[in-house]
Design a protein around this ligand. Sequence first.
Ligand code: ADE
Length: 226
Amino acid sequence: MRIDIITLLPELIKSPFEASILKRGIEKGLVEVHMHDLRKYGLNRYNQVDDYQYGGGAGMVMMIEPLDKLIHELKAEREYEEVIYMTPDGETLHQGMANHLSTKKNLLIICGHYKGVDQRVRDLYVTKEISIGDYVLSGGELGAAVLCDALIRLIPGVISDETSALTDSFQDGLLAPPVYTRPADYKGHKVPEILLSGNLPAIEQWREDQAYERTKNRRPDLLKED
Ligand code: ADE
């Protein structure tokens, strides 16, 4: 998979890709992530990328011209299955979306700033608009990092324990059950007996029950869907 990210703040989004699982995915050659600094495509000697909005109102808007130039350049080099715009008015990111996008070959992600991008960029190029939650961030970069993390960890081979991503919360529509590790008794706080029993079918059943209980208590909305 290759991910291209258009950003005004490359330094803000770099670090998640330089650590941990994302770094491993990149080092193993399973994913390539390329940042493109939109400022380099800015207009005039100020490298201007934003301007006042037509009709008046507070806040600047990212201009079409620098974005159009950069997107055009990138699209001339490869075909993107999705051109994603990170925005609070997009579809809220969920596990199913991450699963689906993790199977793609080339993704282009646009990070917005200020009041967002000129609507014509969305109309002309964007195929998917994604929000990471009902709150407003100061830019799309952190949202893009969240999206990339959710996608990249699903690419086969990125996580060494193949089953690990499949048993995450949400993968079967439920939250994950509680987990424990040594010691079995910490200052009187004991690990549930069943997990020490060695009875694998019973443990599996316990985990399923716990996952269901946890989902019912914390996220009943997940049980109501479809
Ligand atoms: N940009 C600003 N707020 C955002 C959000 N909640 N999700 C994605 N991109 C954003």
